[in-house]
Write a protein that binds this ligand. Structure first.
Ligand SMILES: Nc1ncnc2c1ncn2[C@@H]1O[C@H](COP(=O)(O)OP(=O)(O)OP(=O)(O)O)[C@@H](O)[C@H]1O
Length: 326
């Protein structure tokens, strides 16, 4: 058995690919992941963002050694993902946690703590601590089958935290949580980073990714299409301007022949987004056609725009999943 290297990146993936065999005769394949390179540095909160079927869970399952990659390398703290010594350093929240229903929340988290090597008073104290942190102390004696989806998500997070992991891997951590629960989950993730824990989480909830991540990777159809810090990625977008026009119908605005990022009819006005370089031409066109310009302001770039652009470029705006080959 080799020991994990604390100076190695918590997560490293090189050329990671996964092809699933599907169909009754397993004669078709789905390419879920294609040559993924990823490096997550110590203490970072790293987000995997992508639409349904982008390959986020497959990446996480490979890192958790639940799925074998078809090719490529995946390492945790410098060790292969199937190395037992690395498992103790990782806390994992799966996409649809399915804890033993007949255990109480407290029993379940205690079991997870025992499996992680805790015992005696240290175990009791830690179980109480994590159940308190996820606000489940009041329901800890209830069997899990009586829990709501959000409560299951909370105890599942408690089991991921109980061993004080150095790396937390969270698959859709805010799924099933109400707005308050989502806020608490975000605060817990930030608190973990304060303690020096590295966090990898996947989501398709853009505000969660935007508010939490230091860096992120955008996956579409199994391919990495963007990677960087949230700020870098958002500021690399082509600047656009928002223009509100009155006195012209949407079709008349479209008829000006100026490329528009978006167009929305709003109660007698038309709200447009246009690339910075086309703004003057648009304004002259609107005035020349007898319209009035009500408002012009730079658009605030959001991760959502970046995401939509990435989808558009990949030609995947209306499709999900990996490539299916027959
Ligand atoms: N066990 C499996 N067998 C066959 N195909 C699979 C399997 N697991 C995933 N896939 C396929 O691989 C592709 C990627 O799926 P994956 O679950 O990794 O995506 P995801 O980004 O996590 O999606 P979501 O956001 O919907 O959870 C999809 O096309 C999916 O149908």
């Amino acid at each position: 058995m080799t020991t994990p290297n604390p100076d190695a990146p918590p997560i490293l993936a090189q050329g990671l690919a996964k092809t699933y065999k599907v169909g009754f005769w397993f004669n078709r394949t789905v390419r879920a992941l294609q040559s993924l390179d990823l490096q997550v540095g110590a203490g970072q909160i790293y987000g995997l963002l992508g639409p349904n079927g982008a390959g986020k869970s497959t990446t996480i399952k490979i890192l958790m050694n639940l799925v074998r990659p078809s090719s490529g390398i995946a390492r945790i703290f410098g060790q292969p993902v199937d190395e037992a010594s690395t498992r103790r350093l990782v806390g994992f929240l799966p996409e649809n946690p399915a804890p033993y229903e007949y255990l109480t929340g407290r029993e379940f988290v205690t079991l997870a703590g025992q499996l992680a090597g805790l015992s005696g008073q240290e175990l009791d104290v830690r179980v109480k601590e994590v159940l308190g942190a996820v606000e489940m102390a009041g329901a800890e004696k209830l069997q899990i089958r009586r829990y709501s989806k959000g409560m299951v998500q909370r105890v599942a997070l408690a089991q991921a935290l109980v061993s004080r992991p150095k790396l937390l891997i969270l698959d859709e951590p805010t799924s099933g949580l109400d707005p308050l629960g989502r806020r608490q989950m975000r605060d817990l993730i930030l608190a973990e980073r304060e303690k020096g824990t590295t966090v990898l989480f996947c989501s398709h909830i853009i505000p969660d990714v935007e508010s939490l991540c230091d860096r992120l990777a955008v996956l579409v159809g199994g391919r990495l299409v963007r990677e960087g810090s949230v700020r870098e990625l958002v500021s690399a977008q082509v600047p656009t301007v928002e223009v509100v026009v009155e006195g012209l119908a949407p079709d008349a605005v479209k008829g000006l022949g100026i490329p528009l990022e978006s167009l929305q009819a709003l109660d007698g006005r038309v709200l447009l987004q246009v690339s910075d370089v086309d703004t003057q031409r648009l304004l002259s066109g609107v005035l020349g056609a007898g319209g009035r310009v009500n408002q012009v302001q730079p658009a605030r770039f959001s991760l959502e725009q970046l995401f939509m652009n990435a989808l558009k470029e990949s030609g995947r705006a209306s499709t999900v999943g990996g490539e299916i080959n027959t």
